[in-house]
Design a protein around this ligand. Structure first.
Ligand code: GLC
Ligand code: MG
Length: 248
């Protein structure tokens, strides 16, 4: 059986060094036997991903999905998949998005490396998030922009083109690799991972340390194909892989 494993990094794969080490060892064997294709799907930009690689022991993935599904990098390459990028242009104007968001005092821009051609990111306090998100989304729509707002970790707000998110990028990659949803397992812990869990037949693993926004969504939107692990971080991924019968 050939599996596609798509995993978020921060607080999903990364967070428990010992568990990551164990999972890495098993994945290395499974990849050598061609049982698993490994894809990382992170909110981080390529620059920020490279910083993480200096501190966490990450295996080089077969493919990297960065900046919340807005950028796809073939193995080890710095060059964007332009077919994917070209699909995101529709009704998207980064400068206009930033101009509209600047009218909201409660939005604090994230560092420059995380502002990407198809992703504009802010910090936003949890207490006021629902109201600000509703007002901002109305303002963006009124300007004729086709965007989606994604709130993660009770602090990060990403504005993306409607066609882009981790789930849509994963579907694009599934098409490229020719791996079907029942052979795909996605893993995550926070709001920007919800899109990984919406595809009808994809298998999903939510790690035991997941954020309230993901746990809340999971309880409202149950699926027999989604597993909520008891264990945290990489140990939660291993627990879920067992549950789905992936022999590692
Ligand atoms: C990563 C990115 C940040 C984004 C967050 C949530 O931390 O660096 O820009 O807002 O993920 O998606
Ligand atoms: Mg995460």
């Amino acid at each position: 059986m050939q599996w596609l494993l798509v995993t978020d990094l921060d607080n999903t794969l990364v967070g428990d060094e010992a568990a990551l080490h164990t999972l890495n060892q098993r994945l290395t064997v499974a990849r050598a036997e061609k049982h698993i294709t490994l894809v990382y799907s992170t909110g981080r930009s390529l620059t920020s991903y490279r910083q993480l690689c200096k501190t966490a022991s990450l295996l080089p993935p077969d493919l990297l999905i960065a900046s919340v599904g807005t950028e796809i990098y073939p193995q080890g390459s710095d060059h964007l998949d332009t077919t994917w990028a070209n699909q995101l242009q529709h009704q998207w104007d980064q400068a206009l998005v930033q101009q509209i968001a600047a009218q909201f005092d409660s939005l604090v821009p994230q560092v420059e490396t995380e502002q990407r051609p198809f992703k504009v990111s802010y910090f936003l306090s949890k207490a006021i998030a629902p109201q600000v998100i509703a007002e901002l989304s109305a303002a963006l729509e009124q300007a004729g922009l086709s965007t989606q707002l994604i709130y993660s970790g009770g602090q990060d707000l990403d504005i993306l083109p409607k066609a882009a998110n981790k789930g849509n990028a994963m579907a694009f990659v599934q098409g490229q690799l020719g791996i079907a949803a029942p052979q795909t397992i996605a893993c995550g812990d926070s709001g920007n991972d919800i899109a990984l869990f919406t595809g009808a037949e994809n298998r999903g693993i939510i790690v035991g340390n997941a954020q309230p926004e993901l746990l809340h969504w999971h309880s409202q939107t149950p699926s027999p194909y989604r597993y909520l692990a008891r264990a945290t971080y990489a140990a939660g991924i291993l627990e879920g892989l067992h549950y789905f019968g992936v022999g590692l």
